[in-house]
Design a protein around this ligand. Sequence first.
Ligand code: ADP
Ligand code: MG
Length: 295
Amino acid sequence: MRILVLSRKRTLYSTRRLREEGHRRRHVVDVADPLKCVLLMSGGEPSILVGGRRLARPDVVLPRIGTAGTEYSIAVVHHFELMGIPVVNGHEAIARAKNKLDCLQRLAARGIPVPDTLMSRYPRDLDRLMKLLGGPPVIMKLLRGTQGTGVIYAESQPSVESMLETIWSLGEDILVQRFIAESKGRDVRALVIGGKVRAAMRRIGPEGEFRSNIHRGGKGEPVKLPPSYVRIAIRAAAAVGLGLAGVDILESSAGPVVVEVNASPGFEGLEEATKKNVAGMFLDAAVATARRGRR
Ligand code: ADP
Ligand code: MG
């Protein structure tokens, strides 16, 4: 099978592992930088050029969309869909996952527990709003951010106020969220593929850090998820419409709460922590997607 991995760099761990595992399984694995894909609308059908040449038609596309050029990359995924090529995670679901507000709205509407969160453009009644969230302290989050950037710990009401002023003056919005203190810089990352949790780890942030992201020095350890966590992870991925997702769950005293659903989860930390062949799971998902698309 011919699998196209959309990724900014072939040297990234996950991209390297996908190629390695793909070759072992006797697939042809191409890697294309989405930002180097030229989207052509001409001759009555969409096509894609790379390096001035028409791209060999893959059986399936496996998008790995990071932070740089996200919107363009999503348009590239859309183009492949319009060309009738099956993709692991559609462009609409990826766009949804990239927006923390959209994600939380959908999760909350489906009764999936999330930390109490609010968004406002109105500077008054802040003390009452803080109380709704059990703060200060509270967590503030830019709508688009990843690997822990754009996630802020605000200690006091004046710091929340100055943060809001700053963000609003830039024409941006920001979420204000209950600080789940008892999770103590730890969280659970569950990998959901095809409606099943295939791997999970607990991530533990470095001393003094409330964020547990692996890219911020968090360490993963294998974890056996209780059934309530498994159910919530599966429902969260489905709520956002992702066939493959990394779901971040905090262990709050009231039970599991979902903070985020990732459409292109990195898996270096997950392979290391669980000793599972996560790259192989991604490829199996791509093959299944291609077969479904053919039918
Ligand atoms: P990112 O896209 O940057 O990974 P997340 O929403 O997943 O954003 O937040 C990053 C990390 O910050 C989480 O993995 C978790 O460790 C911590 N965190 C996020 N929200 C909260 C919260 N409400 N209370 C306590 N810790 C949080
Ligand atoms: Mg996260």
